[in-house]
Write a protein that binds this ligand. Structure first.
Ligand SMILES: NC(=O)c1ccc[n+]([C@@H]2O[C@H](COP(=O)([O-])OP(=O)(O)OC[C@H]3O[C@@H](n4cnc5c(N)ncnc54)[C@H](OP(=O)(O)O)[C@@H]3O)[C@@H](O)[C@H]2O)c1
Length: 306
């Protein structure tokens, strides 16, 4: 099969497009013929060696949509020909390929109303938004949430999910994306280059930070006493707040079928719209990584694999 892989850590130039052996379904796994896979910020972090647990050659990529091509022993609920989408097990990569093997239990059926491109685009961002907003922050109707980095992939899903829950959403973005994040439903938008969010936002029930660095640490300041903040761009540990009356959370983005089914349900019901998508071929992976790593692309970059 054709795949995009690395044999050493480094910049976009270490990405190789070539042939690797087809995967085989172990017990409990399915092999999926991948139709589409998306680019996530984690992919270039893995490529650069930030999670240096890898053995080479390492195929990159975490989320995908495709069709079941083979089922291992013990797989009873999926069959050859089923359209499915999902996110590869935590600690593994492998979606930038024509085929992948994955535990059947963490794959969801793709509704016909959702294209493969769209399903691949929302799998990991939707899973991350649901795990954070619903499972970790437990956001409630009527609460106010600040979502940092509104034009990004995860945040675009999170803004819409928070509004769907009935929360009031404040978000940060650059001037170029002010109208874009308003179109996602944000109630209040802050141009982070023109205004310091800590001076104009206060009394929030919750913060969801997708930016990291100083933005993460400063986010505690906007919380009301008893508020909670969740961080997905500050490594595996939640940052330590300087105040003792708030909670700092690092959501576990556990892979499972149920939250993926919820992603599909939210999209097909029209509660969450698919973000803007830019399509690439697998052979163009280095260019897609350069764009993603620039950190100012809005929406999602998706590989049309077949
Ligand atoms: N399982 C997990 O824990 C998990 C899962 C998914 C993602 N993540 C992490 O979450 C982070 C976000 O991922 P993503 O895929 O959503 O990112 P992304 O789509 O690559 O985010 C890019 C966006 O960030 C915005 N941005 C950059 N700097 C900003 C700032 N200072 N303030 C506000 N917005 C800013 C940019 O908008 P402007 O151009 O308008 O600045 C751009 O649209 C990454 O660090 C990723 O690794 C973790």
């Amino acid at each position: 099969m054709k795949a995009v892989f690395i044999e050493r850590f480094g910049g976009p130039d270490v990405l190789q497009y070539g042939d690797l052996p087809d995967p085989v379904a172990a017990p409990g796994e399915v092999v999926v013929d991948v139709t589409a896979a998306s680019v996530n910020a984690a992919d270039w972090k893995v490529r650069a060696g930030e999670y240096s647990q890898a053995t080479f050659p390492l195929i990159l990529g975490r989320d995908f949509s495709g069709v079941v091509a083979a089922a291992g022993t013990g797989v009873g609920d999926l069959k050859v020909g089923d359209a499915v989408f999902g996110v590869i097990e935590a600690g593994r990569e492998g979606a930038y390929a024509e085929k992948l093997a994955i535990k059947a239990a963490i794959v969801a059926k793709k509704p016909d109303a959702l294209s493969h491109i769209d399903a691949a685009a929302v799998a990991l961002i939707g899973l991350t938004a649901i795990r954070t907003i619903e499972d970790s922050l437990k956001l409630k109707p009527g609460e106010t949430i600040l979502i940092q980095g509104g034009a990004g992939g995860v945040a675009s899903f999170a803004i819409q999910l928070a509004r769907h829950i009935g929360a009031r959403v404040i978000t940060t973005t650059s001037a170029a994306n002010l109208n874009y994040v308003r179109s996602l439903g944000a109630d209040e938008v802050i141009d982070y280059n023109a205004q310091d969010f800590t001076r104009v936002v206060s009394g929030c029930d919750a913060v969801f930070d997708t930016v990291g660095g100083d933005v993460a640490q400063k986010s505690f300041a906007v919380l009301k006493p008893g508020g909670r903040a969740a961080f997905i761009a500050s490594g595996m540990q939640a940052p330590k707040p300087e105040r003792s009356d708030v909670t700092s959370l690092r959501p576990a983005v556990g892979r499972a079928r149920a939250p993926l089914a919820r992603v599909a349900e939210l999209v097909t019901a029209g509660a969450v719209h698919i973000p803007e998508i830019k399509l690439y071929r697998l052979s163009e992976a280095a260019e897609a990584h350069r764009v993603s790593e620039g950190r100012h692309f809005r929406g999602k970059l998706v590989f049309k694999v077949r």
